[in-house]
Design a protein around this ligand. Structure first.
Ligand SMILES: NC(=O)c1ccc[n+]([C@@H]2O[C@H](COP(=O)([O-])OP(=O)(O)OC[C@H]3O[C@@H](n4cnc5c(N)ncnc54)[C@H](OP(=O)(O)O)[C@@H]3O)[C@@H](O)[C@H]2O)c1
Length: 324
């Protein structure tokens, strides 16, 4: 089978497009024919050796995929060959066949196409976990989303709106903000043009912002925290800007607010049943048309380099999908 392989840490240009043997399922496992695999920002980090997880070589990037079950191992009863499924692994989906634990596979509703099914796992999974479990977002609350046109950001805009929040999308260009509006944002802030703190103070009014969702970090964290409401929640999701912010703790005291970490991948490993239920919810809402799951572009598997570059160059809006 064809596979993208990372044999040493480096830039996307050093990935290999190789022929390797197809995997065989052991007890409790399934082999899935990948019809679509999706990339995330962390794939650009994992191949460079800059991510918290460092897989043994050789490995394939892309953590999420959708496809058709090809073979199952001994003892598998929850799925069968021919089933349409999706799942999220730590890495390894940029190839024609993947091996997964059968318990990790989520069956897809008939109406959901493979491209969107490969695209919702990490982004909507992270954002739903963040908003529902970590922030306990309530209808009528004000939610500010930074990096609002990126993968997790755009998912957060859609989910926040669906959960009844007033959503303020914050991003670095008017084009990105138009995309966020198209996904349900009520208000927008272009933080490349306007001071983020001034804008969120204006839009938050006397009450302030109830929840800030921050996958960007860098220079935006502190101004966003300064705009939180009493009992507000700031969600630490990621550091796409590259810099891990440091904060004066008096800001937390003055607002009686919470800084809450969001580590979706580890939560999913600790609570696999809850993870499957959460992904099943998102799959159903996507099939029902309640969530758009925007796909920026689809590339053949062999074009991993331009696919990775569009993410690294900060040009992506929604998801990048690879098609084996
Ligand atoms: N905690 C978790 O469980 C979890 C799960 C998934 C992802 N993450 C993390 O969340 C972050 C975003 O992931 P994603 O997949 O949504 O990424 P993405 O699609 O590339 O979006 C990232 C956004 O960050 C903004 N940004 C600011 N400075 C940037 C820079 N120097 N380079 C690239 N983007 C920059 C960009 O928006 P503007 O141009 O509008 O600023 C971009 O749209 C990453 O750090 C990722 O590791 C965390």
């Amino acid at each position: 089978m064809k596979a993208i392989l990372c044999t040493h840490f480096g830039p996307p240009e050093e990935l290999e497009f190789a022929d390797i043997p197809e995997p065989q399922p052991g007890p409790g496992e399934a082999v899935v024919r990948v019809t679509a695999a999706a990339l995330n920002f962390f794939d650009t980090l994992i191949i460079a050796g800059k991510y918290q997880q460092k897989p043994p070589f050789p490995f394939s990037p892309a953590s999420e995929f959708a496809g058709i079950v090809e073979r199952v191992g001994e003892g598998v009863t929850n799925i069968a060959p021919g089933d349409r499924v999706m799942s999220v692994l730590g890495w390894g989906a940029a190839r024609e066949f993947v091996l997964a634990s059968a318990q990790q596979l989520v069956k897809l509703p008939d109406k959901l196409d493979f491209i969107r099914a490969a695209s919702f796992g990490v982004t909507y999974g992270t954002s739903l976990y963040a908003l529902r479990e970590r922030a306990q977002l309530k209808p009528g609350e004000t939610l500010a989303v930074l990096g609002a046109s990126g993968g997790v950001g755009l998912a957060c805009v859609e989910l926040g709106k669906m959960m009844g929040a007033r959503v303020i999308a914050c991003a670095s260009s008017d084009e990105k903000l138009a995309m966020a509006r198209d996904h349900g944002a009520d208000e927008t802030v272009n933080y490349a043009k306007e001071n983020l703190r001034d804008a969120l103070r204006r839009l938050g009014g006397d009450h302030g912002i109830d929840v800030v969702y921050d996958p960007v970090g860098g220079p935006y964290a502190e101004p966003a925290i300064r705009c939180l409401a009493w009992l507000g929640r700031y969600l630490v999701v990621g550091f796409a800007a590259g810099e891990i912010p440091k904060l004066p703790l008096n800001l937390v005291l003055l607002r009686s607010c919470d800084i809450r970490g969001v580590f979706w991948g580890t939560w999913g490993k600790r609570e696999p049943e809850a993870l499957r239920a959460l992904l099943t919810d998102v799959a159903r809402w996507s099939a029902e048309g309640k969530l758009k799951v925007h796909v920026h572009a689809v590339y053949p598997l062999s074009e991993i380099v331009p696919a990775m570059k569009v993410i690294a160059d900060r040009k992506v809006m929604g998801k990048i999908v690879l098609k084996p």
